[in-house]
Each structure stands twice: as C-alpha cells, then as structure tokens.
Ligand binder design. Structure first.
Ligand code: NIG
Ligand code: FE
Length: 423
C-alpha cells in the first residue's frame, strides 16, 4: 500500500491545471501542456507547499487530511501558477499625469528627466512623505497587483536618492513583506537617476553609492538585488560597472535596466558581470541577443513600458525566444513610464506588442520571472515541493488570460497555501 501524503489544504474540482513539462530553458513554443480540460483535478498542499497533484477521484486514496485541513471547491475553474512580477517600482508617492500628457504631445522621457522632472519629481514627493504614509499608499497598490494574480513581487527603491530616503523606501518594502501574504523581494536601486544635488558631478554620487550606501544596505539586509539605470542622462557603463561590482562584493546580486532608450553597452555589462537579469532590452538587436544567449542572464521584457512610452518598436521577443532565451515579462509598474500593473494585462501586451504566444506569455510571467528573481526553485510553476501559489481563473484554458484584456478573470488567488483574494 502506498503511504498517503498529509495535507492541510486542498483545492478540488478544477477543470484544468497548467503544468510545465520540462520547462526552464526550453523554447516556450515547443511546450506541450498537460492541461486536460473538463477533468476534475485537485491540488493539495501542506505548510504552504504543494504535496500532491492529481485527479479528484484519486484524492481520498492518496491524501490524508489533517484534522484542521481546509478543503475548497475549485468550481470548475482552471489553475495556473501564481504570477511573478519581477520588476516594479511600486513604492512611490505623487502623480505624473502632467508628464504623461506632455509625452503624448511629443516631449521626450529623457528630456523631462534632464530638466529636473520625471523620476526627480517623484523623488521630491517621496522625500516629503513619511514612512507610514508611503507604506499605506504602497500597500493599496500592492493589493491591486495581488488581485490581478501576483503572488511574488519584486520592488525597487530608487526614489529616495539619498541614503535616508533609500532606506525609508526599503523599510517600507520590508513592512510590505511582513504585512502582505505574498512573497516580496527587495531591490536596491540607488542608481536610478542622478539627483539634482549631484547633477554636475555624477561620479561623486556613484562613489558615494559604492563606498557608503551599498555596504549600509547590505549590512542591514534590506535588499537582495542591486539595480542600475544604464542610460544616457542616467549612468554610463563605467559608473554602472562600479555600482554593480560594489554590490556584488557586498552580496547584492546585480540586475540592470539596459537598452531601454539607447544602446550604450548595458547588455555587455550584464553578461560581463553575470547579472541575474537584464531588463527592458527595447533596443537590443541581434548582436545583444547573441551575447545574452547562453550567458545565464535572463532577459526581462516590459511591454507595458514600451506601450506607455509610445515606442513604435518593441523588444525583439521573437528573436530572443528563437535564440533559446528564457524570456521573462514584468510590469515595471511605476509613476512615470508604466501605469499598467495588472499581470494579465501585461500578458495581453506581451502577445500584442511582442508577438508572444499565450503559452510563452504565461511562462514568461511565471517560471522565467521566478528564475530572474532566483526563486525558481520555490515558485513559478505548479509542482510538488514548490510553494502553493496559484491563480484560479474563470476559464477552461490559460489561453483566455491574455485574450480577455480588460476583464479580470482572476477568481481566486492562493499564496503559500492560503486563499488571499477571491471574487
Ligand atoms: O524602468 N527607467 C528607469 N526607471 C523606470 C522609470 C521610473 C520613472 O519614470 O519613474 C523604468 O522605466
Ligand atoms: Fe524599471
């Protein structure tokens, strides 16, 4: 007799489950999906980790429930892995709608930044807000993302641009991680823009980040990753290298905003330094894609941003996928260049703007994103041993996620084995 697995939480009555067969580094277009629509599936977990997946009829002979187990009906919904939003600037204050309209009328994003607006406008708003206020505002925003199916969320600092305010933001991120039921991953991004105080001497600003800020942030364990905006009018390659190298020495894993507006060598640096991911890559051409292939750097594409910036050209997702790259997608949710935050909307945009298939978009928003945050061993797919992070959708197939744009088909969100949202 086979021993039963012990479970304290079961979802039964699901019409389909998305299971990635042999996922990481496979071409998403080659996936076969073990979704068997209309079949009555169950998923069981214990202590927040998936312990059994199977047909409901086999449940009683395979799973022994604890006395306080919660058993819920999936009501014919479909289960997909909880969405992983691996790139956001969610902790911010203020509003940039005037800049949005200016851009619609033709002003350029980097010109607005260079004249003291853009990111720097948000910096003033953040500096004048208390930690508590910032926490409450950001928490509301985070809940909107959870309601769209996000169960793992990366959040960057970068609107403080002085040590005190960068720490304030990262403390808010820490409080969010303690307060919210999902997994939250903090990234330090002191090199998000050159603050007005250092406009004439950005090297001095970089030196201060490397010498003082990074060791302080690393010591206080407020961040896992260290990100930099490698771009004209932000940080050049040499400055970015110094920042990412210093971070590495202090145990912060490098990430990079590369080729968003101009190609200035961000991809080369990402490969050279072994970044966990290179994000944006809007302007990355065949050369850059060749360099990324086989490098281990995960390309994270942000179709909400290229849409919001009204770019006529979007990232070359097809070429990256053809090159075998495990493309990830994320929202980049921030007050300036992207106000799209719904995880399913980002999948819609990945399909419309990046020409990704529904399955490529889904794996990009889940498993590949999880790997870009180096949590692919614990979330991003429905597998025994991984965290019970699920989105239950009102549809017979995951293919409806991107298609039903503007309609939140997320019926229930389960994070670490706990239903955290339902409608
Ligand atoms: O990823 N490019 C730099 N950082 C953000 C935008 C931040 C902002 O405009 O407030 C981005 O697009
Ligand atoms: Fe960003």
């Amino acid at each position: 007799m086979v021993e039963k697995v012990i479970s304290d939480f079961v979802v039964h009555g699901l019409s389909s489950i998305v299971i990635y067969p042999n996922p990481y580094r496979s071409k998403a277009s080659e996936f076969s999906w073990e979704t068997q629509e209309k079949l009555d599936y169950s998923i069981a977990s214990r202590d927040g980790k998936i312990c059994w997946i199977g047909k409901a009829e086999a449940l009683s002979e395979s799973v022994k429930l604890t006395s306080d187990a919660e058993v819920i009906s999936g009501r014919g919904l479909s289960a997909v892995p909880g969405f992983v939003d691996s790139h956001t600037h969610l902790v911010y204050a203020g509003d940039r709608s005037a800049e949005f309209e200016m851009r619609v009328q033709g002003r350029k994003y980097l010109d607005i930044l260079a004249s003291g607006g853009g990111i720097l406008k948000t910096v003033s708003a953040v500096r004048s807000m208390s930690e508590d206020e910032l926490f409450h505002e950001s928490k509301e925003r985070a809940w909107k993302m959870i309601e769209s199916g996000v169960t793992t969320l990366e959040i960057k600092s970068g609107y403080g641009l002085d040590l005190e305010n960068e720490i304030k933001i990262l403390k808010v991120v820490k409080r969010l991680a303690e307060d919210l039921p999902i997994r939250i991953i903090p990234t330090f991004m002191g090199a998000h823009a050159v603050p007005a105080e250092y406009r004439e001497n950005s090297d001095k600003f970089v030196e201060m980040i490397c010498r003082k800020w990074i060791p302080a942030i690393a010591d206080s364990k407020l961040a896992k990753f260290n990100d930099v905006f490698t771009e004209n009018k932000a940080f050049n390659v040499e400055q970015s290298r110094l920042i990412l190298e210093s971070g590495k020495k202090s145990g912060l894993i490098p990430k990079i905003h590369a080729d968003e507006i101009n190609v200035i060598g961000g991809v080369d640096l990402a490969v050279e330094i072994g970044a966990a991911s290179a994000d944006h890559l809007l302007k990355t051409g065949s050369d850059g894609i060749k360099k990324l292939a086989g490098s281990g750097v995960i390309p994270t594409l942000l179709p909400g941003t290229s849409t919001f910036l009204m770019e006529s050209h979007h990232a070359s997702a097809r070429e990256m996928i053809e090159a075998g790259l495990p493309v990830a997608i994320a929202s980049d949710m921030n007050p300036g260049s992207c106000q799209f935050y719904s995880a399913s909307m980002i999948q819609t945009l990945a399909m419309l703007q990046l020409r990704m298939s529904a399955s490529e978009a889904l794996i990009a928003a889940t498993l590949h994103s999880a790997h870009s945050l180096q949590v692919g061993n614990m979330t991003g797919s429905i597998e025994t041993g991984k965290s019970m992070d699920l989105v239950l959708i009102e549809a017979g197939s995951f293919r409806q996620i991107g298609y039903r744009a503007g309609d939140n088909i997320v019926n229930m969100v389960i994070a670490k084995g706990i239903p955290v949202f339902s409608q």
